[in-house]
Design a protein around this ligand. Structure first.
Ligand SMILES: C[S@@+](CC[C@H](N)C(=O)[O-])C[C@H]1O[C@@H](n2cnc3c(N)ncnc32)[C@H](O)[C@@H]1O
Length: 277
């Protein structure tokens, strides 16, 4: 009997689960060791305690480019150009690093600037050239800086736009408190649903990234519905956790697509971008 015949005989016998156990254990141990390694590196190498930042894997970044191309109906090469534009914006990168170090919250933030899925937000603003963007949930203001940088580039090309950032925390947005980025940003401090209700300029791009509960995401969508410009793009940061935007898209006769992050060298499994248009 050959080794191959023996393997086939064991696989077909009642001893198969026992025979394969060491191979299964080794495989899951390799995976878990990678997660433990990334976790230990993060515990001692990072200061972040929420809203983690990381780079995407190369393949995931490429998937994000194709995702933006599909949502915005633009060539993928153009999207890659916008990714490179943001990543190569040294003025913005230096500003974010310096503002992080200068902040009283520097003990809870990393000075290395990592955009993750925000590359996608940037490219969508470059592709759609919205006159009014709303970001519900600002935190330090990393996404706000990215969105403002895209609006500033659009303005250079003759398509000005403004960003309304909303956060319940009065300390939010300290990264974006500097020119030229602050020049296109209006910060509203308070509950995002109340802030959305008070808007009087049509919204062309809306991003939910505040309280990630189902109830709050639904309430924001209900409030923004009457404020949207025709053809508006709605984004959620919650797409790996809820089906709220997907359901909203279906009931309002919109299209929907989701992208899921694959962080590089991080224990966190990643967030995503849900888009309805
Ligand atoms: C995940 S962070 C936002 C991240 C940010 N968009 C970025 O790109 O880094 C969520 C933020 O939502 C804010 N938040 C929570 N509940 C809120 C509410 N009801 N209204 C407005 N903001 C809220 C929090 O204070 C927090 O700063």
């Amino acid at each position: 009997m050959s080794v191959a015949d023996l393997r086939r005989a064991v696989a077909a016998s009642r001893f198969a689960p026992v025979a394969i156990f060491p191979k299964r254990a080794a495989r899951v141990a390799r995976h878990d060791a990678q997660v433990v390694g990334a976790s230990v590196r993060w515990l001692f190498g990072s200061r972040e305690h929420h809203n983690y930042t990381y780079e995407l894997t190369r393949r995931n970044r490429n998937h994000l480019a194709w995702y933006v191309a599909a949502v915005c109906g633009v060539p993928v090469a153009e999207v890659r150009g916008w990714f490179a534009e943001l990543e190569g914006d040294e003025q913005l990168r230096r500003h974010i690093a310096a503002a992080t170090v200068a902040s009283s919250r520097r003990g809870l933030a990393d000075r290395t600037v990592r955009y993750g899925r925000r590359l996608g937000w940037y490219a969508m603003v470059r592709a759609r050239r919205p006159a009014h963007v709303v970001e519900a949930g600002v935190d330090k203001g990393l996404g706000t800086c990215v969105l403002a940088a895209a609006l500033l580039r659009n303005a250079e090309e003759g398509h000005p736009g403004r960003l309304t950032g909303m956060d319940i925390n009065p300390a939010a947005g300290y990264l974006v408190d500097a020119a030229p980025w602050s020049g296109v940003v209006d910060l509203m401090i308070g509950d995002s649903v109340a802030a959305i209700r008070s808007l009087d300029t049509p919204v062309e791009l809306f991003l939910h990234d505040s309280d990630h509960s189902v109830a709050h995401e639904r309430a924001e969508l209900a409030a923004i519905s009457g404020k949207l410009a025709p053809g508006a793009l709605l984004l959620t940061d919650n797409v790996t956790l809820t089906d709220v935007l997907a359901r909203y898209a279906e009931t309002t006769d919109r299209r929907f697509l989701a992208f899921t992050e694959r962080p590089a060298r991080h224990w966190y499994p990643g967030d995503g971008i849900g888009a309805a248009w």
